[in-house]
Design a protein around this ligand. Structure first.
Ligand SMILES: Cc1ncc(COP(=O)(O)O)c(C=O)c1O
Length: 429
């Protein structure tokens, strides 16, 4: 702590200023950490620099959105060009068609797309669409699953699950949501025995829930269960989309969704969300074909804004052939394996989890198969590990999942391993 505070005096004074006008001094609660967050001055490639000039290798990557790193040249170029042609139209334009075509080309189950400004919004509209399409109210979501702050999905994210996740959530908003056990098909069937939900939403890898991958057999079983019971399966691929494979988690696992929710990487560093699916389902948003009360509403002032569309298109075209993603997945496997060996060598009970280019560490003996096991791990220790890394120039948003980008160099990864070794050596003394 002392080292951090002595290195970050300007951040400390910005925090004092911020607290007066931004609750907790931040724009998103999870960005706060004790004693105060550093404030970023600039970012480039794999690095962040704070206002005191400290340099950090960034494994947080703007909430795992920046798979090509900060401000990649090709994106800066297309965005600069778009700046000259208008930042926001509020009318239809070709770039939104081009990005939708690109999404349809890459995501196996997508035939039509609608864009939003965030993953939260996309999940909200996807849920509404599932309810409109099936004519049912009940929805299923998984323990530890994070789909953004939309009321009906803001349930069972953190333990204790019986305590509301937020003040201001009405019983009416939550009463139709059923909480399901992750990686446990029998448990899912049991909890839905006497229920007929419109949809079940799942992250192929629990992101905020601790970087816990779904087991392939579980996802396949869930797909079959949904088919059998006529339930729409929604994949929330806000994190896994365009990261695990060019076609997201569904391509990686070989299991298709009925509706896919996208975000983060899709925006190429700009605010975004999207939901997509078959023509038959997505057409329910067509307000020309379907009139009230049969049409499922979606819209927004900045939906399909050209800055995001051009940055997103450039990003997806870079990722389309799978080369970047395959390399990152290999590096992810290697980082996890090497971290595992380091913890083993030091006899520390730790589970290195994740999939593809996503990873995290949980300090526990127990194998991690769901978010409940993550909650049982030693969070204080993870906080201490992440904080030590931070004071030594490596940034993970404390306790949150890390991600790799094409901007990370071999030296960046070596530094992560070395600082982990040093932390464990220091801890042994
Ligand atoms: C899987 C998942 N879904 C949805 C969201 C919400 O997206 P946003 O923060 O863009 O609203 C997130 C955000 O982290 C996420 O990780």
């Amino acid at each position: 702590m002392d080292e951090y505070t002595s290195k970050t005096p300007t951040s400390r004074s910005l925090y004092k200023r911020a607290k007066k006008v931004l609750p907790a001094g931040v724009s998103y609660g999870i960005r706060y950490f004790q004693p105060y967050p550093f404030y970023t001055a600039k970012a480039h490639g794999s690095k962040l620099w704070d206002v005191d000039g400290n340099e950090y290798i960034d494994f947080w990557l703007g909430h795992a959105a920046l798979i090509l790193g900060h401000s990649p040249k090709e994106i800066v170029n297309v965005v600069n060009k778009q700046l000259e042609n208008g930042t926001h139209y509020g009318t239809s334009h070709e770039l939104e068609i081009a990005l939708a075509e690109q999404v349809v080309k890459m995501i196996p189950s997508a035939e039509m797309v609608r864009f939003t400004n965030s993953g939260t919004e996309a999940n909200m509209y996807a849920t509404r669409l599932a309810r409109a399409f099936t004519g049912r109210d009940t929805i299923g979501k998984f323990e530890g699953g994070w789909h953004g702050g939309y009321d009906a999905l803001h349930v069972g994210v953190k333990q204790p699950f019986d305590l509301p996740e937020s003040a201001g959530l009405t019983p009416g908003a939550l009463q139709d949501t059923v909480l399901l056990p992750f990686n446990d098909l029998e448990g899912v069937e049991k909890r839905l025995k006497n229920k007929q939900p419109a949809s079940i939403v799942i992250e192929p890898v629990l992101g905020a829930g601790g970087a816990v991958p779904a087991e392939r057999e579980f996802l396949k079983g869930l797909r079959e269960f949904c088919d059998r019971r006529d339930i729409l399966l929604i994949f929330d691929e806000v994190i896994t989309g365009f990261r695990l494979a060019p076609g997201g988690g569904q391509q990686f696992y070989g299991v298709n969704a009925d509706i896919t929710v996208l975000g983060k990487i899709l925006g190429g560093g700009f605010p975004v969300g999207a939901f997509c699916g078959s023509k038959k389902i997505m057409e329910r948003i067509d307000n020309v074909a379907f009139r009230r009360p049969h049409c499922s509403f979606h819209g927004g002032t900045f939906a399909g804004n050209p800055m995001t569309m051009t940055a997103g298109l450039s990003t997806l075209k870079t990722l389309e052939d799978g080369r970047v993603i395959r390399r990152l997945n290999r590096q992810g496997d290697e980082v996890r394996e090497r971290l595992r060996r380091i913890f083993e060598k030091h006899n520390v009970d730790a589970q290195v989890v994740g999939l593809g280019s996503l990873f995290n560490v949980h300090f526990t003996k127990e194998p991690i198969g769901d978010a409940l096991a993550v909650f049982r791990a030693d969070k204080k220790k993870l906080l201490e590990y992440n904080f030590t890394l931070m004071t030594n120039g490596i940034f993970f948003l404390p306790t949150h999942c890390g991600a790799l980008s094409s901007a990370h160099s071999e030296a960046d990864l070596q530094k992560l391993l070395k600082e982990t070794e040093d932390y464990l050596e220091e801890n042994r003394k």
